[in-house]
Design a protein around this ligand. Structure first.
Ligand code: PGA
Ligand code: ZN
Length: 441
């Protein structure tokens, strides 16, 4: 197989917030080609790999990425031309060595990740197999259960909600395509309920509604009502998940509900709130319930709730094996949110996932709030087999592109496709299809 890289190029495109990002094109001598676009977060963790922006106020308010593009076209192109697009580890270790910094600040994690993803696509194309199969091999047949963010708050919306994400998890569906229907019908029922209540049905950055509700409780109640409205069972068919993204409302060891009136609560109060919410609503997962430096908060939460629900670290770990290792040692959570651009290469992301698997932890492959039409994470989620993806709401095509790609993959896999709940304590757990249906989390 000829994987020799002929050339690598990049250009500036816009993401779903209208901000510049990179699209990378890698061409092989064989004529095969890989294209990838890089996402961008808003509630970013402090320790994420560096997203290189120009800082030139005359262009895009300083958010241009021409320097990152220039790094692809010069240093990275020079290093990679003539070498191979596979195996992936070789491409990524060349990029890491060329950058030479801890946080990819020399070339930019956005430049590096774009090239890393484009290389995977080019290699898959050269072999003539789908990306999920290239990255995951023969065991790529488990479709992920989606976490769909249908009410947006925090830094993703201009409204009164302090918590960033109120998600639905259609884990009781028989197939991914049916899960998508459960999600969309709930989304539409929620729109009708909000409209009836005189609330706005405008959407936030991830395509979820952004109403001015009085509290997090009200958001959960509305979602449960919307699930019922569709004839589905809250909990059994469609459960709830939260991402408070608590780093965004943490201040000096306390938590300040600024958007909803300024109430200040302690770590203990916040834990008590989660405890009560997990008792009241069919919540299966809480992500970033505490700030990224509040390890004690996470440890207490996992000790108190970890046997009932999934506790996910996002900003806490930034997909970095260094922090995940600490989390495992300290039992800080029992799951990790996985974002390719937090760490910056496909290979390091896979290493982070391996660490989760070895610890018996769950992992959720995730988009960013600033996205493009690229569907890399859909293939990646199937390849990694963890059975969970977080890709936004049921509106805005940069979100639906991910779900639609999963529908396509499910069709392609045919009877070998498996859709099973990673939350066996909640409702249905019976595998629904496929010879290998015994595989579950
Ligand atoms: P971000 O938010 O992409 O804006 O960081 C997503 C998340 O916190 O999970
Ligand atoms: Zn998060």
């Amino acid at each position: 197989m000829n994987f020799a890289i002929k050339t690598v190029d990049a250009f500036e495109i816009l993401d779903s917030r209208g901000n510049p990002t990179l699209r990378v094109v890698m061409k092989l001598d064989s004529g095969h080609c890989g294209v990838a676009s890089v996402p961008s977060g808003a509630s970013t963790g402090r320790h994420e790999a560096l997203e290189l922006r120009d800082g030139d106020a005359a262009r895009y308010g300083g958010k241009g990425v021409l320097n990152a593009i220039s790094n692809v076209r010069t240093a990275i192109r020079e290093r990679l031309e003539g070498s191979d697009a596979a195996p992936q580890q070789m491409v990524d270790s060349a990029l890491i060595a060329l950058d030479g910094t801890e946080n990819k600040s020399k070339l930019g994690a956005n430049a590096i990740l774009g090239v890393s993803m484009a290389a995977a696509r080019a290699a898959a194309s050269a072999i003539g197999i789908p990306l999920y199969q290239y990255l995951g091999g023969a065991s790529s047949y488990r479709l992920p259960v989606p976490m769909m963010n249908i009410i947006n708050g925090g830094r993703h919306a201009e409204n009164s909600l302090d918590f960033q994400e109120f998600m639905i998890v259609p884990h009781g569906a028989p197939t991914f395509a049916e899960a998508l229907r459960y999600g969309a019908e709930t989304f539409h029922a929620l729109r009708a309920l909000l409209h009836k209540a005189g609330q706005s049905t405008a959407v936030g950055d991830e395509g979820g509604f952004a109403p001015n509700l009085g509290s997090s409780d009200e958001a959960c109640e509305l979602i449960v009502a919307a699930i019922r409205e569709t004839g589905l069972r809250p909990g059994d068919d469609v459960a709830l998940a939260l991402d408070p993204a608590a780093s965004s409302f943490a201040s000096d060891g306390r938590y300040v509900f600024d958007k909803s009136g300024g109430r200040v609560v302690s770590r203990e109060d916040l834990l008590a709130l989660y405890d009560r919410m997990a008792d009241t609503y069919p919540i299966v997962s809480i992500e970033d319930g505490f700030a990224e430096d509040d390890w004690e908060g996470f440890r207490a939460q996992t000790a108190a709730l970890g046997d009932r629900i999934q506790i996910v670290g996002d900003d806490l770990y930034v997909t970095n094996p260094r922090f995940i290792r600490r989390g495992i040692q300290e039992r800080a959570t029992n799951a990790v949110l996985i974002k390719l651009n937090q760490i910056g290469t496909v290979t390091e992301t896979i290493q982070a996932i391996k660490m989760c698997r070895d610890a018996g932890w769950q992992y959720v492959i995730s988009h960013r709030s600033g996205e493009t039409e690229d569907t890399f994470i859909s293939d990646f989620a199937v390849a990694m087999g963890g059975g969970q993806i977080k890709a936004g709401s049921l509106s805005r095509s940069e979100r639906l592109a991910k779900y639609n790609r999963l529908v396509e993959i499910e069709r392609e896999l045919g009877p070998s496709a498996v859709y099973t709940s990673p939350f066996p304590k909640f409702g249905k757990t019976t595998p629904h299809s496929g010879a290998d249906a015994a595989v579950s989390a």
